[in-house]
Design a protein around this ligand. Structure first.
Ligand SMILES: Cc1ncc(COP(=O)(O)O)c(C=O)c1O
Length: 355
């Protein structure tokens, strides 16, 4: 594939007015964006432009039927300042799995990577230097037909924008409550796809959980509300006895890339892992017998989010203090060390970006 990217670079970066050590997740955008159009059955017109609105007809299909998918990934820095992309191949593959499910055209992996590398190269100064800061990368695809007919579009846009963050999204250990009314996803649905509707559908349950003092809810598989799915935008891990257990991905939860990295790191460190259905009753029982040692959420933006408390049907499980929850913390440190180049990247998870 011939990938020529036309670049229109701005003269003055908005970075001059920003303190990269004090930016909250998702609120600030870098100077440029990457765009490609899907027209007449092929991807074309690859370009990097100053970040600007996307003009859209009010009858555009994406506004009505949510034919939209996205990825969430990161650029970080090596110790010497060189930018690196983390697990870019895995994100490209997952975007294409979402595209298949949502009846959208796939993005050739080489186009996805070329767009990302060029954009991150241009925006390299937007990657925070702080220990846990990162440049969040948001590749996404939207339907572009001007049509109210509820069928897949013929036209699409693939866009990449970037947003710096000075720290992971959850600053402190989270309080979680199990959800036994709302569902996030069902087997055969679109829970495994990173598609917009999955997220807006969780706003109401999340708001209700917040109202009663929780950071997020744990979704359980309907109709029995026993098998654990995930919490908000994080995959869950439970340390039970000497094993680390995480739910299997059977179509209702996102195949988290942090989750996959953690499973590899755990096995590499000789820690026993189990990927299987886990019920909330099993977690309660482990708690009652003193075997629930640790619980944490895993995701790109949170990395590791230790769990302080889980409440199920009014039963409160207080997890050990964070100083004793060692496994999540060591996974977070290992992944950061691989990105910084302080630990060998045995699995080729990082790609350096050079001009
Ligand atoms: C619903 C959901 N679950 C889990 C995750 C974690 O996935 P990843 O590790 O690929 O970021 C995310 C991503 O942010 C998510 O949106």
């Amino acid at each position: 594939m011939n990938i020529e990217i036309a670049v229109n670079q701005i003269e003055k970066s908005a970075l001059a007015h920003l303190d990269l050590n004090d930016v909250s997740f998702g609120t600030t955008f870098s100077d440029h964006m990457f765009i490609a159009d899907y027209l007449d059955g092929r991807w074309q017109d690859f370009r990097i432009t100053p970040i600007e609105p996307i003009p859209m007809h009010p009858g555009n299909a994406v506004l009505h039927y949510s034919q939209t998918i996205f990825e969430g990934m990161k650029a970080l820095r090596r110790k010497d300042g060189t930018p690196v992309l983390l697990r870019a191949d895995a994100h490209a593959q997952r975007l294409n799995k979402s595209a298949q499910r949502m009846c959208m055209p796939e993005i050739p992996q080489e186009l996805f990577l070329a767009g990302l590398r060029r954009l991150v190269d241009i925006e390299r100064n937007w990657i925070p230097h702080s220990e846990w800061g990162f440049l969040y990368l948001r590749p996404y695809m939207i339907a572009m037909d001007d049509s109210l007919y509820p069928i897949p579009s013929k036209k699409y846009k693939f866009v990449i924008i970037t947003s710096p963050s000075s720290s992971p999204i959850y600053g402190k250990p989270v309080r979680l409550i199990t959800e036994s009314f709302y569902v996030r996803a069902v087997k055969g649905g679109i829970g495994e796809a990173k598609s917009g509707g999955n997220y807006s559908a969780s706003y109401l349950p999340a708001a209700e959980a917040k109202e009663i003092g929780f950071d997020q809810m744990i979704y359980l598989e309907s109709p029995d509300f026993k098998v654990i799915q995930e919490a908000g935008t994080m995959n869950l891990f439970f340390v039970i006895g000497n094993k680390v257990v995480t739910p299997s991905t059977t179509g209702t939860i996102l195949r988290g890339i942090t989750r996959s990295s953690f499973l590899t790191l755990l096995e590499d460190n000789g820690i026993k892992t189990e990927v299987r259905d886990i019920t909330i009753d099993e977690v309660v029982q482990a708690y009652e017998t003193g075997n629930l040692k640790e619980a944490f959420g895993a995701g790109t933006a949170a990395v590791v989010s230790p769990v302080a408390e889980i409440v199920h049907n009014g039963f409160v499980m207080s997890l050990p203090p964070i100083s004793e929850q060692k496994i999540g913390a060591s996974l977070k440190a290992d992944l950061a060390a691989i990105c910084r180049g302080e630990k060998k990247d045995k699995w080729g998870w990082t790609v350096e970006v050079h001009s």
